[in-house]
Design a protein around this ligand. Structure first.
Ligand code: PAF
Length: 286
């Protein structure tokens, strides 16, 4: 496995893989790798001949400086993780390589996925999706992969990237990968490391509430208000939970649905102390 630090090195290595007739898979990450990332990497390994993982804690997608500063950075452990999965290359640039100019003084070109990017995560984390879309567009242009892998845990991010890819005609296939969960149902996330033992014990209630919403929908409930009430009540039993949003949305546009007909994604964000968790379930309407 090769550790690459510059854009020029990535381009050289990818070109030589393509010259050898290999398809290229891209797994963008911010590091602090866990089995959720492992699922993306395994899938990329199965489906493509040359797998590039990127590890970059992207400053432009954080709306809070403290969240950016506290984001776990563990490059050596992450490299060992990628090595174990038999990947080909890790691109771990520093911020100057990705953003050479002073973007405070000279604002960056912006990739704004209108509408979709301003709801839910976009509303509560202003500018977040602009930063995500920008860095993912850059990575698509730098790595020039055939396929890119993203987790369904960040369902709205996935929808933003799918829309951006279609609208801007990036010649890449986006592969959604199902959420990987701990045995108690908590979705794997790098932020879970920051939960206290008490918070960690109650955190699975988030997924239980989403499953309750799913159960109601499958049993024929169609009023979002009713579903929200039942799922919120489950979480509110525990005073540690502060619900930021809980809603039923159109899976492609993230428009909130008043009445449920057909496929729906139930999405939620909660605070447990200082840690913000998001999760979702897709109810296919079948
Ligand atoms: O999901 C993430 O880890 C990040 O948002 C991504 C896609 C790597 C962009 O920085």
């Amino acid at each position: 496995m090769t550790l690459l630090r510059t854009i020029a090195e990535v381009r050289d290595h990818v070109k030589s893989a393509r010259d050898r007739g290999l398809t290229v898979g891209l797994v963008p990450t911010m590091g602090a790798l866990h089995e959720g990332h492992g699922a993306l990497m395994r899938r990329a390994r199965e489906e493509t001949g040359y797998v590039v993982v990127t590890i970059f804690v992207n400053p432009t997608q954080f709306d809070r400086t403290d969240d950016f500063q506290k984001y776990p950075r563990e490059l050596d452990t992450d490299l060992a993780f990628c090595e174990r999965l038999g990947l080909d290359a890790v691109f771990a640039p520093d911020a100057r390589e990705m953003y050479p100019g002073d973007y405070q003084k000279m604002p960056l070109t912006s990739v704004d996925v209108a509408g979709l990017a301003s709801r839910f995560e976009g509303e509560f984390r202003p500018g977040h999706f602009r930063g995500v879309a920008m860095v993912v567009a850059k990575l698509f242009n730098i790595v020039a992969a055939n396929r890119a892998y993203f987790g369904e845990k960040d369902a709205q991010q996935l929808a933003v990237i799918q829309k951006m890819t279609a609208d801007l005609n990036f010649p890449i296939t986006i592969v959604p990968v199902p959420t990987v969960r701990e045995p108690d149902g908590l979705a794997m996330s790098s932020r879970n490391q920051r939960l206290t033992p008490d918070q960690r014990r109650v955190a699975p209630l988030l997924y239980q509430a989403l499953r309750e919403a799913e159960r109601l929908i499958r049993n024929g409930a169609s009023s979002t208000a009713e579903i929200k009430r039942a799922a919120s009540a489950l979480m509110s039993r525990n005073p540690v939970f502060r619900i930021q949003y809980l809603d039923a949305v159109d899976p492609a546009t993230f428009e909130p649905l008043v009445q449920i007909m057909g496929a729906v994604r139930v999405v939620a964000a909660v605070w447990l102390g200082e840690v913000r968790l998001i999760d979702n379930v897709l109810v296919d309407g079948a």
